[in-house]
Design a protein around this ligand. Structure first.
Ligand code: ARG
Length: 422
C-alpha cells in the first residue's frame, strides 16, 4: 500500500510541483488547504492579490475573485488523491491573533506577526487531517532559508512527534524557478506561470507579508502597486474617519458600537483603515535562521486594534503591571516569531496575560487619516485615571504638601553623589 502524506497546499507553483514529486516517490498526496482568510472576504469582496512566488510555502496565491475551487481542481489534476479545505478563520482569530493582541506582541517594532501566527494553526490543522486520514507523513513547501519551516515543523513535532515531515523544496534538485517551471511543463502540471511573479506574498485576514523581488534591495522604495490592503497617503480621503473599538477582557468585541465576531470585525476594520492608508510597515528584520531580510507588511486592522488595546491598558493597568507586561510583550513576539507557540513558556505567559486582561474593558476612539492612526479618546468602567488627582483646576484633591517628604526620601541615596559637572 502507498503511504499517505498530508501536504500544506497553496495552489502556487512550488506546492503543485510537490504533489507530483511526492506522487513519483510513492506517496498518495492529500492536498490540505487551510482557510485563514486569504481568499474571499465574507462580505462578498475579495482581496486583489496577484499571483506570486511563495518560497516560504503554505500560503495561498490568490487572484482577484478567486477562491478555493480553482485550487482544488488544480490539486486533483496534478495528482492529489484528495483535497481538504479547512476553515480555520475563527480558530485563527480567537486562539492565535487575539492572544497576540492581548499580549501586545509586535516583532522588532514593525511586524504584527500575521504569517507567524498563521503557521501553528495551519500545522495543527495538518496534524488533525493526518490523524483523520491515517497518514503517516506531512509535507510543506517551505524553503530552508525562512522562518516558516521552523514554525511548521516545531508545531508538528510538538503535537505529534511520530509524524514524518517532508520538506521537498529543501531537498530536491530544482534550484531555480525556471527549473521548476520546466519540470512542471515536462510533467504536465497545470500551473499559471505565464505572468511574471515579482514578489512573494503571504496573505491571511490579519495581514499580508510581502518579500523578495525588487524588495531585496533594502534601499529600493516599494512600488505602490505591491500594496493590497492599504491606499497611499496621496489617494486616501482628505476627511478623517473615526472608529470606536469596544473591548471585553482585552478582546475587541464591538466596532462603532456594533457587537461583532472577531473575523468580521477584523475584515470590516481592515477595509476602513486600509482606505485611510493605515497599516503599512517596511523593515529589515532578523530571521530566526540568522539572516536579515527586507519585508513589507500590511495589517490595517491590526495596527488600529493594537493602538486601541494599548490605549485601554494605559487607562486600566497600574504602572508596575503595565511596565512589566511591556517586557513580556517582547518575549511573546519572539516566541511567536520563532515558532515556539506550543511550548510551556508560551502557555505560562498566556495565563499571565489573561490575568492582566481581566479589567481591560472599555471603549477606545481613534482617528484614521492619511496613513496615521491616532487614539483620540478612551474610557473604561475600570479606569484608574482620577481627574480629581490629575487636575490643575478646581476640585483638586491631591495634597501637594506630601510631595516634599516624598522627595526627601526619593532623592536621599543620590545626595551629592554625582561627581560630574553641574
Ligand atoms: N518574514 C515574515 C515571517 O517570517 C514573513 C514571511 C512571509 N512568507 C512568505 N511566503 N512570503 O513571518
Amino acid at each position: 500500500m502507498r503511504e499517505k502524506v498530508v501536504l500544506a497546499y497553496s495552489g502556487g507553483l512550488d506546492t503543485s510541483v510537490i504533489i507530483k514529486w511526492l506522487t513519483e516517490r510513492g506517496y498518495d498526496v492529500i492536498a490540505y488547504m487551510a482557510d485563514v482568510g486569504q481568499a474571499r472576504l465574507p462580505d462578498g469582496g475579495s482581496l486583489a492579490v496577484g499571483q506570486a512566488r511563495l518560497p516560504d510555502g503554505g500560503s495561498l496565491a490568490v487572484g482577484q475573485g478567486s477562491d478555493f475551487t480553482t485550487y482544488k481542481k488544480r490539486a486533483l489534476e496534478t495528482g492529489a488523491v484528495k483535497v481538504i479545505v479547512d476553515d480555520l478563520k475563527e480558530e485563527f482569530v480567537k486562539d492565535f491573533v487575539f492572544k497576540a493582541l492581548k499580549a501586545d506582541a509586535v516583532y522588532e517594532s514593525g511586524y504584527l506577526l500575521a504569517t507567524a501566527l498563521s503557521r501553528p494553526v495551519i500545522a495543527k490543522g495538518m496534524v488533525n487531517a493526518a490523524h483523520k486520514e491515517h497518514a503517516g507523513a506531512v509535507a510543506h513547501g517551505c524553503t530552508g532559508k525562512g522562518n516558516d519551516q521552523v514554525r511548521f515543523e516545531v508545531t508538528i513535532r510538538s503535537l505529534d512527534p511520530a509524524l514524518k515531515i517532508i520538506a521537498p523544496v529543501r531537498e530536491w534538485e530544482l534550484k531555480t524557478r525556471t527549473e521548476e517551471i520546466e519540470y512542471a511543463k515536462r510533467k504536465k502540471i497545470p500551473i499559471d506561470a505565464s505572468k511574471k511573479k515579482p514578489y512573494s506574498l503571504d496573505v491571511n485576514l490579519w495581514g499580508i507579508s510581502i518579500e523578495s523581488g525588487k524588495l531585496e534591495d533594502p534601499y529600493c522604495e516599494p512600488d505602490e502597486d505591491i500594496y493590497q490592503l492599504t491606499k497611499s497617503v496621496k489617494s486616501s480621503p482628505a476627511k478623517p474617519a473615526y472608529v470606536e473599538i469596544g473591548f471585553v477582557k482585552g478582546v475587541p468585541v464591538k466596532l462603532n458600537g456594533k457587537p461583532m465576531k472577531g473575523v468580521n470585525l477584523i475584515l470590516k476594520l481592515s477595509r476602513i483603515a486600509g482606505e485611510h492608508g493605515v497599516g503599512r510597515s517596511d523593515m529589515v528584520e532578523n530571521r530566526l535562521i540568522g539572516i536579515k531580510s527586507r519585508e513589507i507588511y500590511e495589517a490595517p486592522a491590526g495596527w488600529v486594534l493594537s493602538a486601541a488595546h494599548k490605549a485601554l491598558e494605559s487607562l486600566v493597568l497600574d504602572r508596575e503591571l503595565a511596565h512589566y507586561k511591556a517586557g513580556i510583550a517582547l518575549k511573546y513576539a519572539e516566541l511567536t516569531y520563532y515558532g515556539l507557540w506550543y511550548t510551556p513558556l508560551k502557555e505560562a505567559l498566556d495565563k499571565f496575560i489573561d490575568e492582566t486582561q481581566k479589567k481591560v474593558n472599555g471603549t477606545v476612539r481613534l482617528k484614521l487619516h492619511k496613513g496615521l492612526c491616532s487614539v483620540v479618546g478612551r474610557k473604561s468602567p475600570n479606569s484608574l485615571y482620577k481627574r480629581e488627582l490629575a487636575t490643575y483646576e478646581e476640585g483638586d484633591l491631591f495634597d501637594q504638601s506630601l510631595a516634599k517628604g516624598f522627595l526627601e526620601l526619593w532623592g536621599l541615596p543620590y545626595k551629592g553623589l554625582y561627581k560630574g559637572k553641574a
